[in-house]
Design a protein around this ligand. Structure first.
Ligand code: AMP
Length: 371
């Protein structure tokens, strides 16, 4: 499945191309066609699944529609999210996908002076990303009018409830027009969310990506308990021991990936890093070098590794533990494919013990200690 097959329009395809996203993630594949058809969506998906693009792309595309474009600049889409960090991430995402459109967007969150936010509202926006408290505040001061909203996104609804935003949301809902598309996303579906969906959505299409929890049994998994500053030497030792073996190494951060690559090169081990700060060309080149055995070791962040499919990869090393347990399963699923056997080594420092506990709970087994 390609983005083109999902009927994504040209300006957005251009950004997707630039970002190097070749295919939609499962939640995007399931949600985008319905969302483009103006259906309400009840999405069960966690962070890391590509859910932000799953709601941002259809909202932007619908607003680019000619009929919408002719209208006066009023806020036509509202994306509500519980935290400032999430709001910033979503706003970045909107910024990228709306890059080749005429649409304008802005972001509202609390804890900072409101003047800049008020000024950008006055300048006119089509898409508003906001946290509930600040939005209500500016609404009450008369700076925001939600009467023209066509698309309403409620992101991380379960977290909204946990954080006590239910009252704010209840106050906001009556300010929105009745006729609108509502996209509700939540990582879990407690009764309160199901009830909320029933009151604010109309025959929503349910889309769900189940977290992967099963590890193929062709992968041997081992764990090394080490201190953070011992990881580098351990990695070099392991890679020096077997001079032939190629390995895919996962790092939680872009900076970390670069650092590991540098250290390995210093130790005479051919390696390259791929992550979001590198151009698509550089990423593709590194990947090709790795696939054709020109470089022995590839270090990747989880996002950059998405969609990487390497035949007969024998070794995956988790230099850092991922925050989301499902990510561990995705990572080590790169090896042991198609009947081949594989090995997954995980370096666990003291501060990562809790994450390890979550991973072991998810996969239902204890990892064997290698040291
Ligand atoms: P999210 O679940 O929205 O937080 O997205 C997780 C990460 O996946 C983000 O960094 C996105 O940029 C990235 N991403 C989203 N869609 C795709 C895609 N189709 N292909 C590759 N990466 C993607």
């Amino acid at each position: 499945m390609t983005f083109k097959e999902l009927n994504i329009s040209e300006p957005i395809l251009r950004t997707l191309n630039e970002k190097g996203y070749t295919s939609p993630t499962p939640i995007q594949e399931q949600a985008i066609p319905h969302a483009l058809n103006r259906k309400d969506i009840l999405g069960l998906a966690q962070t890391g699944t590509g859910k932000t693009a799953a709601f941002s792309i259809p909202v932007i595309q619908q607003l680019c529609h000619k009929k919408e474009k002719e209208q006066k600049r009023t806020i036509k889409a509202l994306i509500l999210t519980p935290t400032r960090e999430l709001a910033i991430q979503i706003n970045e995402c909107i910024k990228e996908y709306a890059k080749y459109t005429q649409l304008r967007h802005t972001i509202l969150y609390g804890g900072v002076n409101q003047n800049d936010q008020v000024n950008s509202l006055k300048a006119g926006v089509d898409i508003l990303v906001a946290t509930p408290g600040r939005l209500l505040d500016l609404l009450n001061q008369g700076y925001v009018n939600l009467g023209s909203i066509r698309h309403f996104v409620l992101d991380e609804a379960d977290r909204m409830l946990d954080m006590g935003f239910i009252h704010d949301i209840k106050k906001l809902l009556p300010k929105l027009p009745k006729e609108k598309q509502t996209l509700l996303f939540s990582a879990t579906m407690p009764q309160a969310i199901a009830a909320m969906s029933q009151t604010i959505q109309r025959n929503p299409v349910k889309v769900e990506v189940t977290p992967t929890s099963s590890v193929v049994d062709t992968v041997k998994q081992y764990i090394y308990f080490v201190e953070k500053d011992e990881k580098k030497d351990l990695l070099v030792n392991l890679l020096v021991k077997d001079k032939e073996q190629s390995a895919l190494i996962f790092s939680k951060t872009k900076h970390g990936a670069d650092k590991i690559a540098k250290q390995l090169c210093k130790a005479g081990i051919d390696s390259e890093a791929i992550h979001g700060n590198k151009s698509q060309n550089a990423r593709q080149r590194a990947l090709n070098n790795f696939k054709s055995n020109k470089t022995r070791v590839l270090i990747a962040t989880d996002i950059a590794a998405r969609g990487i499919d390497i035949d007969k990869l024998e070794l995956v090393i988790n230099y850092d533990l991922p925050d989301v347990p499902e990510t561990y399963v995705h990572r080590i699923g790169r090896t042991g494919r198609a009947g081949n056997t594989g090995t997954a080594l995980t370096f666990c420092a003291q501060y990562e013990r809790l994450m390890l506990k979550d991973i072991q709970k998810l996969i239902g087994t204890k990892l064997l200690a290698a040291n």
